[in-house]
Design a protein around this ligand. Sequence first.
Ligand code: HEM
Length: 281
Amino acid sequence: MINTNPFAELSASIDPVIMQTYIIVMVVLVVGGTIFDMVHKKSAQYFFAKMETDKAKAKREVGGGEKISLAIQTALIEGATSSEFCNPMRRIAHLLGMYGFVLYVATTAIMVFGFPTPATPTPEILPTLWWIGGLMVCVGGYWFWFFIRVDVSAEGHSPFRLVRADLFIVSLLLSTTFGLIWAYAQATGGGTWTTIFLGLYLLSTTVLFGSVPWSKFSHMFFKPAAALEKRISVANGTRANLPEPADRTNPAVRDSHSMELLKDAPQSMGLGIKREQPRHY
Ligand code: HEM
């Protein structure tokens, strides 16, 4: 089952051209939805205006080469390792979901466009990676949904309570779950169930890619841009108008007014509010 291209099998009942057109429509919905979101919220306008004001306030100029280096660091650190997450469990769940989704989407597109029917045999690695990607999304996503997210773990709400902000994670999980169940049903001769799960798979996938302006989907494009902007603001000294972190090993800082009370305090003062999880509901 995990070595079989489910889309090539499906070509017996649905023309591959229809499947390919569906994928193109989904790509158009994501691109269009992201542009609509940027125009509607004026986020790009805000982003570029802020870049300009920061440039004027900059304590030093960040050159082109340095910007490229900062962009590479952002891609490798914030992008590839989800370094913005403080909670290690949440970070692992995000990494599973992120890499799983990339694998799942990429292998879907390669199989549908490159190996649309059994006449062009699919390399076995592709469907296997499709299954692994889908399962990674499910493991990371359900772990996050039932145990890690703040609504459940810190605020004590039921994991079954839904709000609009959940649109992305819910449609992502339903799309991958129904996709895997459909492929399983098809491979094991599931009859009517195959058609039912194919319908649910298409419906949830259309919601996932069609709801970009209302969901968190486009954070995968905006978050790296915001992380890069943050790195540039540290490099040029504007730091979003925040002071530099205090270095109490430096006598000049230690003797400054706001640090006076901490003059004789130990360098490390323990975990503070991180000593326990915020579970006081
Ligand atoms: C295929 C790509 C991606 C998928 C499927 C994905 C999925 C998700 C999901 C399901 C969440 C909600 C879970 C949570 O808050 O822990 C989330 C949140 C988050 N993601 Fe991603 N993500 C992707 C790419 C990225 C990238 C490239 C970045 C940053 C460079 C990023 C940064 C974040 C951050 C910072 C949050 C927390 C947001 C908040 O608390 O408001 N994600 N992501």
